[in-house]
Write a protein of this length. Structure first.
Length: 56
């Protein structure tokens, strides 16, 4: 999974278990928990793996 913070251009590249919602949510919670102070917004595509992104 790759995540790029648009304003600072900080990149996160993570190897996740799969392309399912649980794997993405687990990775996002880890990123937000550690680097939440530099992430202002998250824009995701319409893939089903991002269906529960709001719960992060």
């Amino acid at each position: 999974m790759t995540l790029i913070e648009r304003k600072s251009r900080f990149q996160f590249i993570l190897l996740i278990d799969g392309r399912d919602t649980d794997s993405v949510i687990c990775a996002m919670r880890g990123i937000i928990g550690e680097y939440g102070d530099i992430i202002n917004t998250i824009t995701a595509d319409n893939g089903s793996e991002f269906a529960e992104l709001e719960s992060c």
